[in-house]
Design a protein around this ligand. Sequence first.
Ligand code: AMP
Length: 283
Amino acid sequence: MVVFHTINELQKGIRELNKLNGSVGFVPTMGALHKGHASLIERCAKENDITICSIFVNPTQFNDKTDLEKYPRTPEKDIALLQNAGCDILFMPSADEIYPKNETANEPWKAIDFGMLDKVMEGEHRPGHFTGVAQVVYRLFDIVKPHRAYFGQKDFQQLAIIKHMTNALQLPIEIMPCDIIREQDGLAMSSRNVRLTAEERKIAPKIYELLCKAKDLSKTYSYTEVKEIITKDFNAIAAFGLEYFEIADTKTLLPITEKTNTAIASVALKLGNVRLIDNVMII
Ligand code: AMP
């Protein structure tokens, strides 16, 4: 694997490695990599001639300054994981490289109407977050020019925003959704999990447990009833600071009460100082 820090080096490196014009797969990340990220890289490596991963803790998508400062950074471990997972190129740019101060940015995504996609759930609770996501993903797509890009369903709403942006701008990039990878006790893997105390880590699997309960209850109860029961359950756990529990349509992301084939139960909560999100499909 080769590591590049500048756009020039990266683009030259891609040209050299990809003389036969094979398919380029791309996995954008913020580092502190775990098995969830590894699963994206492994799949990307299987499905493409060249696999590129980026590690960039994007300041513009953090609405909470402390979250940005405390975001874990483990570059050496990340490099080892990427090498084992079959990554060919790692791009680790600085913020100045991604957002050069003296250049006018090309930002066609600013004209996109995301409808309610960027306003509900995460959009409501993390103001400005998806603007930062669209900004960095568009910029990275423009730099890397991949054929396929891989994103985890753990960030389901982010995936919806990126799909919408890619369609709206008619970017020639296939967006590939990937399954959520979990710890053995069900906790969705996340870079932020290392910030949980031992006590909090013991409680954290309750998140997935309650999402599974929501899925189960949905077989017999209405979504309105399920939302009421599960919200109560989350609020009954003192360590959880629930931000939202929602049952939403997978396409519009709007709350639904009628049973359809495409529903997702999503949750965001604070456990101590750590904000966690998770979801399960309800079908
Ligand atoms: P992040 O580094 O948190 O920005 O995540 C980079 C990519 O990895 C995003 O597409 C995430 O959705 C994905 N990802 C993070 N955690 C998991 C997980 N537990 N399972 C699958 N994909 C994940």
